[in-house]
Design a protein around this ligand. Structure first.
Ligand code: 5GP
Length: 215
C-alpha cells in the first residue's frame, strides 16, 4: 500500500493476506473433528458462528458458537453484521463479518465451518474464498454417524439427511472435495490444500519479486 507520494504507508500489511478457507458439507460428516485435527498447532483464526440453536451438552459459548436468541440474530442481519447467514434445520446460523477481514489483513489464515448455502454466499461475497466440500463415504455412513452422536431426534436426523442428499449433489460447485472416510488422510488433504493455495503465483507481490531480484 502506498500513499500519494508513492511511499509505503504505515498501514501496509507486513506480508501476504491470509487465506480464507471455507469447510462445508453435510451435518454429521465430521467437519468439526477434521477441523480440530487439521488446525491443531496452527495459528489460524477460526470464525465462531452465531446460532439460535440451543447449546448441546458440553458446548462452550463463545468457543463453539455464540448462542443468541432470534431477536438478537435478526439485529445482526439488519446491521449487515454477517458475511453469510442461513437457516438450517429450523435454526439460524451466521458468520460475523467484522473479525474476518482484520485477520486476513494481518496475514492470518481464516477458517469457516459452515453449511452449503452459506458457503455459496461466501463465494458470491468474495472471490478470495477457497471452498472445500467434505464428502461422506455414503449416505448410509452419514446416517450411522448422525444416529451415533445422538444429539438430534429421529425427525431432525431425517431433515439433516434430506438436506445432505441435496448438498452432496452440489459438490461440483466447490474448489476441492475431501473424502472423510479416513480421518488421517482427510487431515493430510486439508494440509495439502492449504500449502498449495499458499504457493499460488497470484499471491506473490511485485514488492516481493523486486526484493528477490535485488538481493
Ligand atoms: P450444528 O447444529 O450441527 O452445530 O450445525 C448445523 C450445520 O450448520 C452444520 O453443517 C454447520 O457446519 C453449519 N453451520 C455452523 N455455523 C454456521 C454459520 O455460521 N453459517 C452457516 N451457513 N452454517 C453454519
Amino acid at each position: 500500500m502506498t500513499d500519494d507520494n508513492g511511499q509505503r504507508s504505515s498501514a501496509a500489511p507486513a506480508g501476504p493476506r491470509g487465506l480464507l478457507i471455507v469447510m462445508t458439507g453435510a451435518s454429521g460428516v465430521g467437519k468439526g473433528t477434521l477441523r480440530e485435527q487439521w488446525l491443531a498447532e496452527q495459528d489460524v483464526f477460526y470464525s465462531v458462528s452465531w446460532t439460535t440453536r440451543t447449546p448441546r451438552p458440553g458446548e462452550r459459548p463463545g468457543q463453539d458458537y455464540h448462542f443468541v436468541d432470534a431477536e438478537h440474530f435478526l439485529t445482526g442481519i439488519g446491521k449487515d453484521g454477517f458475511l453469510e447467514h442461513a437457516e438450517f434445520a429450523g435454526n439460524h446460523y451466521g458468520t460475523p463479518r467484522g473479525p474476518i477481514e482484520a485477520a486476513l489483513e494481518r496475514g492470518q489464515d481464516v477458517v469457516l465451518e459452515i453449511e452449503v448455502k452459506g458457503a455459496m454466499q461466501v463465494r458470491q461475497a468474495t472471490s478470495e474464498a477457497i471452498l472445500v466440500f467434505i464428502m461422506p463415504p455414503s449416505l448410509t455412513e452419514l446416517r450411522r454417524r448422525l444416529e451415533g452422536r445422538a444429539t438430534e431426534n429421529p425427525e431432525q436426523i431425517e431433515r439433516r439427511l434430506n438436506r445432505a442428499h441435496e448438498e452432496i449433489l452440489e459438490a461440483h460447485a466447490f474448489d476441492y472435495v475431501v473424502l472423510n472416510d479416513d480421518l488421517t488422510r482427510a487431515v493430510a488433504d486439508m494440509h495439502a490444500i492449504q500449502r498449495a493455495e499458499r504457493a499460488r503465483s497470484s499471491r506473490i507481490s511485485p514488492d516481493e519479486l523486486s526484493r528477490i531480484v535485488e538481493s
